[in-house]
Design a binder for this molecule. Sequence first.
Ligand code: ZN
Length: 188
Amino acid sequence: MPTYPTDPRVEIKPFKKIPQNSSNVSRIVLGSHTGTHVDTKLHIQNGGWSMSKIPLDSFYGKCKVLDLTHCEKNLAAMDLERFDVKKGDIILLKTKNSLNIAKKFGKDCICLAEDAADYLVERKIKTVGIDCLSIGNKEVHKKIINSGTIIFESLDLSKVKQGEYIFVGLPLKIDCDGAPARAILIEI
Ligand SMILES: [Zn+2]
């Protein structure tokens, strides 16, 4: 799994082991933005809201997966305009990153351009997810987070076709700048 190069490395190590101990327990060390995860306002601003302030319904519901794997550059508003994006939607963006998971972060990683962030904010969508470790630059984060739209990053959409699904992505309930989530899609 790719991780942000300057974030903590993931470590899962035995802490207690059978038979020396009565049970097996591991120590898990990871950054709060590891794997599929949700960003909170605390990520971009001291004192910003964190996970417990996000309504639970931001994490599940009907969603639209948009296939944007043909886009060679960061997604622009014009790339999104041909899709049906409405108020309250959960929009998952499948990009070229999904064709090469190893490139989820790096100079070739496709994320949102600022005008695409504006486009999604204007449409007042509920939640946006992308198959990149970062949804975009700091300005993109600010625009989306300040609008109240919830961000999922580093989704694995490699085997998902464009269409409508039920999305469930519940992050750990920790008051933190971000939290890992197990995200699934249910076919409808
Ligand atoms: Zn993040």
